[in-house]
Write a protein that binds this ligand. Structure first.
Ligand SMILES: Nc1nc2c(c(=O)[nH]1)N(C=O)[C@@H](CNc1ccc(C(=O)N[C@@H](CCC(=O)O)C(=O)O)cc1)CN2
Ligand SMILES: Nc1nc2c(ncn2[C@@H]2O[C@H](COP(=O)(O)OP(=O)(O)OP(=O)(O)O)[C@@H](O)[C@H]2O)c(=O)[nH]1
Ligand SMILES: [Mg+2]
Length: 442
């Protein structure tokens, strides 16, 4: 599929920059290169050229690379101009290239969209490329690279192949039902495989939470009575003064968030209003927010002033929590030993003790929640929904009570849901949503 328009965009980042890369894709690419670089260049080789507008004006001196289709990123003819990264240079280059007939500025994600339409990447790989561009932590990068290289796609296509095979066997059994050459043991083996696929898919779906931890972060909420030392710990973990600390109970009212990178994982740490009965109006709203946030957290830090324990009211117990005793510096030897037994962690922000250990434990918990490195996980809710739909069809297919010909049809529907994840079937309606999340030039 070769599209009529050629498209151009700045594919590198924010300006000014040392070097900026402009990319053009489509049938006009050769002509644009010939005109701007003053002649055709050797393909797939970076060549230094004086770059000129069609009227002869010198725009810059830069590297030009030409990739003839179909062996290019988009599958079409592609060229790159690596120019000095000044705003005016880039603006004039873009204006010049987009000024050619049948060349226009690219929409967000349009290069990758063409790569998809030309069969260079499937839909899941495309989503992974978007994740790779947005990756901020090492875990996000690793996960995105693995999926851009097809780890998720291989899994889904493998299941799909097995289902297509299963359906062929079952249909053969229907067609030859009155003959003896398709023994019952074949269909037994088929249904055995379908049932094992159901549990493989269920296990895979269960990994979505780990993918969310990698992508959105592991959420840690600090809770405790007013003055327990929540904001002090929050600042110590963030290594900056992100929250106001005073000796007045009720200092923090709203939720505060800092993002940490712990052992290559995104961790979101949230400071909250101290929990107590009968506060003023603003603080009461803050307490409600704290409780709501805590209800959705991955880990709670339940803080208590070890020198002055105070009831923070009934706390949620369904979410993993660490009990942390604070202000250990205020205790004498015996009381400190006592506190060490009462809490999982004892800290003093004033003396800086216990904070690194707590940080290491949070990192450890986050790593566990993110699953093993290299696990293949569903990376989008879209995948989980289609996998769930596939499994509903498989359950009906595997049910002995379902008439034989409907069982084969259920297998087809399940294979179709898997095909839709990777974009092998019927995805035209998804493309605008998926590609609009890309940046321009990707
Ligand atoms: N300068 C530059 N760097 C870049 C890119 C780019 O487009 N330009 N990429 C852009 O995302 C990434 C690399 N990804 C790429 C993927 C495929 C092809 C490509 O030409 N594929 C052909 C030929 C393959 C081959 O020679 O082995 C193909 O698939 O047929 C190029 C870049 C990251 N770095
Ligand atoms: N000695 C000592 N004082 C501490 C320590 N941590 C906090 N404090 C003090 O305890 C008081 C309350 O600290 P904050 O961090 O504001 O407490 P908070 O839990 O955020 O309080 P609210 O926001 O009001 O709920 C401040 O005066 C802090 O300086 C500590 O480790 N040792
Ligand atoms: Mg506070």
């Amino acid at each position: 599929m070769i599209s009529g328009d050629s498209i151009v965009a700045l594919s590198s980042g924010r300006l000014p920059a040392g070097v900026a890369v402009l990319r053009i894709s489509g049938p006009r690419t050769r002509f644009v290169v010939e005109t701007i670089a003053g002649g055709m260049i050797k393909e797939r080789t970076a060549v230094l050229r004086k770059l000129r507008a069609p009227d002869g004006t010198v725009l810059d001196t830069g590297l030009v690379v030409f990739f003839p289709g179909p062996a290019s990123f988009t599958g079409e003819d592609v060229a790159e101009f690596h120019v000095h990264g000044g705003r005016a240079v880039v603006a004039r280059m873009l204006e010049t290239i987009a000024g050619f007939d049948d060349v226009r500025h690219a929409e967000p994600g349009e290069f990758t969209r063409r790569a998809f339409l030309n069969g260079k990447v499937d839909l899941v790989e495309t989503e992974a490329l978007a994740d790779l561009v947005n990756a901020e932590t090492e875990a996000q990068r690793r996960f995105a690279v693995q999926n851009a290289e097809g780890a998720q796609s291989e899994l889904y296509l493998g299941w799909r192949r097995r289902l297509i095979h299963a359906r062929a066997m079952i249909e053969a059994e229907i067609d030859f039902a009155d003959e003896d050459d398709v023994p019952g043991s074949v269909s037994d083996a088929v249904w055995f495989d379908v049932r094992s696929m159901i549990s493989e898919i269920d296990n895979h779906i269960a990994g979505f939470h780990a993918a969310e931890v990698i992508r959105d972060g592991f959420e840690v909420v600090i809770l405790g009575a007013p003055n327990a030392g929540k904001s002090s710990l929050f600042n110590a973990l963030a290594r900056r003064d992100a929250a106001i600390v005073t000796d007045e109970p009720g200092t923090t009212r709203d939720l505060l968030e800092v993002v940490l990178d712990l052992q290559g994982l995104r961790v979101r740490l949230i400071d909250t209003a101290g929990l107590r009965e009968g506060p003023g109006k603003i603080e009461a709203i803050g307490i409600e927010k704290a409780k709501a946030k805590a209800g959705r957290a991955d880990l709670l830090l339940l803080l208590e002033d070890a020198a002055d324990p105070r009831d923070a009211g009934p706390l949620l117990v369904t979410i993993p929590a660490l009990r942390v005793g604070t202000k250990l510096d205020l205790l004498d030897g015996g009381a400190a030993d006592d506190a060490a037994r009462r809490y999982e962690f004892g800290i003093s922000v004033v003396e800086g003790t216990g904070v690194d250990e707590l940080l290491a434990e949070i990192g450890h918990r986050a790593t566990q929640a993110a699953g093993g490195a290299g696990d293949v996980l569903p990376s989008r809710l879209r995948h989980v929904e289609l996998l769930g739909a596939a499994n509903r069809h498989l359950h009906r297919a595997a049910d002995d009570g379902t008439p034989q010909e409907l069982r084969a049809e259920e297998l087809r529907l399940a294979a179709d849901r898997l095909g839709r994840i990777v974009g092998a079937v019927d995805v035209e309606d998804l493309l605008d949503v998926i590609f609009s999340q890309f940046c321009i030039g990707k």
